[in-house]
Design a protein around this ligand. Sequence first.
Ligand code: AMP
Length: 276
Amino acid sequence: MKIFTTRQEVAQYFTHKTGKTVGFVATMGALHNGHISLIKQAQQVCDEVVCSIFVNPTQFNDPKDLEKYPRPIATDIAMLEQAGCDILFNPLVSEMYDDNEKWHLNIGELEHLLEGKFRPGHYQGVMQVVNKLFNIIKPDVAFFGQKDYQQFMVISKMVELMQMPVKLIMCPIERETDGLAMSSRNVHLTADDRQHALILSKTLSWVKANFNSDNIPQLQQQAEAMINTEPGIVLEYFEIVDGDTLFPATHQTQKVVALVAARAGKTRLIDNMLIV
Ligand code: AMP
């Protein structure tokens, strides 16, 4: 695997490579099988696969979260080598940002719903870095996880508004055998937190199994109650929404998605499930 740390190295490499399709997986490292599943999917679709590892400061609204974000770069490199990834782009913050750089793209309500309510500014930071990464790597296809469902919609909106020549593919959520969605933040969970955190995927599955479009508000209340009664878990939101707009699902909604965010001890977790 080639490892590049500067934009120039990436640009130079791609000037000599024509005619190959490039697949791209953007990550913040602390890789797990969820990330590797994106690499594998990219390998199925594209000739060459680039993965980026960059803990993007502008998308963190909590400085403590940024500081304690895991950065096991040697293990990450070994996992990418093992997966057969072709190129790793692993820049420093100074390579990606000038001082006091400004970014804002109006994507309407999408930015302020769900995650947006609890993480103000987060999606502007996500768009800022993904826009840069797309401009540096110029992928034909970029792969993102359903785990960050709203993020996928935000990036799709940016690509549409900025008319960027990249196709986006959403890949399924990889879970541990007990249902916990894989996440880089799971390493922060204590054994107790981890046990209690299972209520998130259990509640999502329960909603899916009991879904009836006649009583969505009651179902949502029951789901909230299930999570609120779990010790050690503090619910931020559980919402049953239209998967195309993220507005509350109604009787007519064709694509229903349930999304949840909660704290397990000190760790913030998100998860979601396609309901219909
Ligand atoms: P992150 O490193 O958390 O920024 O995630 C990088 C990419 O991996 C994003 O597109 C995520 O949606 C995706 N991802 C994270 N966790 C999972 C998972 N459990 N299953 C599938 N994709 C995931």
